[in-house]
Design a protein around this ligand. Structure first.
Ligand SMILES: [Zn+2]
Length: 405
């Protein structure tokens, strides 16, 4: 009989923005998975470890080597449960990842459901899913990201500077659509224009930039990463919020929200989809059509500088040491359990599928009368309706568990 608690083997992809060798947390965690399937190479960039059933980088049952999705398909009622089967079918509706970011990810948005359906129909090879992909990110280290658009007054102030006036539209008719046009003109500017604008902007005094003087520190960093003529430099620095997060802080990126992560180790979790429209911070050949990108953008400006996703009490935790992240979408929530040596927590049954993974520390997990070792890098699928308890034997026990119900 198939057990409901299944230890997994997961792998990392090797995008060039990933951290190198053992500097990549994603790679270190993958190398900790017992069985030795993952060989950490010191010269390879390791960007993301994926823990789910997405076909591009699926997870396998550690003991048998079976593809996890095949096991789920053969045991739908038991492992996924009727409620989630009715809602999402038998594919896992979420995909958790560990990201280790050395340099900026492409400037991107994930199209909403409507556009995803259309793109998938027109070009299924490139847009592999008809689904949207809102995502959350939890900082495991200091984490820097460009997210969403700055408040309008901040953008307008910058566009009055001499080097940026060429992108400045008629202020009396400013609307969301104006921002779309400013974004489009920055993304279609010639390489020479981008480079000379950045150069002149870099010569602006700190006093003139005021609260946005951080731009001066970021210009050389970004030029170092993708060169002076990358259009993403202008959009990120002038139009987008630059946010820094401490370990443990989380954000939520809605479908259509513009973002580019810049550095750090994070837990990411998203609705099941791999659709992305890229532009900027990537080779020109990888850039998607600027019109499509601008057309799909949501122009919500953030007044709050940090779109934090708060941790809230979870009704599933008996000791209160497990908290929940509940982004405003139906595909998943995430439980976060942090324990010191000797502490424990008992978690009520989840009425759907879940994937639990340790990012640091060690201890034991009990479920269905069995005891399992857990340690940084260990990943378990936990089936529907199973109560589990955790006990820590270190002070840095951190366990994340994405679930749907
Ligand atoms: Zn993204």
């Amino acid at each position: 009989m198939t057990e409901s608690v299944i230890q997994l083997r997961c792998d990392c992809n090797q995008y060039p923005w990933g951290r190198v060798g053992k500097h990549s947390l994603a790679a270190r965690l993958a190398a900790n998975i017992p069985g030795g399937g993952f060989k950490l190479d010191e010269d390879t960039n390791y960007a993301e470890m994926w823990m789910g059933t997405y076909p591009e980088l699926p997870s396998y049952v550690l003991k048998t080597g079976e593809n996890l999705q095949d096991v789920l398909n053969a045991n739908k009622e038991k492992l996924i449960g009727k409620k989630v089967l009715d809602k999402f079918g038998s594919d896992l509706p979420f995909l958790p990842k560990i990201l280790s970011i050395q340099k900026a990810l492409p400037l991107q948005i994930h199209p909403n459901k409507e556009l995803s359906e259309k793109l998938h129909k027109e070009d299924p090879e490139k847009y592999s899913d008809p689904n949207h992909k809102p995502e959350i990110a939890v900082a495991l280290s200091d984490f820097e990201a460009f997210c969403g658009f700055k408040p309008k007054t901040d953008i307008q102030g910058l566009l009055e500077l001499e080097p940026l006036q060429q992108f400045n539209p008629d202020k009396s008719r400013w609307s969301d659509n104006t921002l779309r046009e400013v974004c489009r003109s920055m993304l279609t500017a010639s390489e020479d224009t981008v480079a000379s604008t950045l150069k002149k902007l870099g010569d602006t005094s700190r006093g003139t930039l005021g609260e946005q003087a951080y731009i001066l520190d970021l210009i050389p960093r970004l030029i170092n990463q993708y060169g002076a003529s990358d259009n993403g430099n202008l959009v990120a620095l002038i139009l987008m919020n630059f946010l820094t997060f401490k370990p443990g802080e989380s954000i939520w990126i809605p479908a259509d929200g513009i973002h580019a992560y810049l550095s750090g180790d994070i837990v990411e979790c998203m609705a099941r989809s791999n659709n992305v429209i890229n532009t900027g911070f990537c080779p020109a050949a990888d850039r998607d059509n600027v019109d499509m990108f601008c057309g799909a953008l949501t122009f919500q400006q953030h007044d709050a500088k940090k779109p934090l996703l708060p941790r809230v009490e979870s009704e599933k935790s008996s000791s209160g040491k497990t908290q929940a992240l509940k982004p405003p979408m139906s595909e998943f929530n995430m439980l976060v359990t942090e324990l010191k040596t000797g502490e424990s927590d008992q978690i009520k049954a989840v009425e759907g599928p879940s994937v639990a993974f340790m990012t640091s520390g060690k201890g034991k997990m009990k479920a269905e009368g069995k005891e399992h070792d857990i340690s940084a890098g260990y990943i378990y699928y936990i089936g529907c309706g199973v109560e589990v308890s955790y006990e820590s034997s270190s002070d840095d026990f951190a366990l994340y568990r994405a679930y749907a119900e």
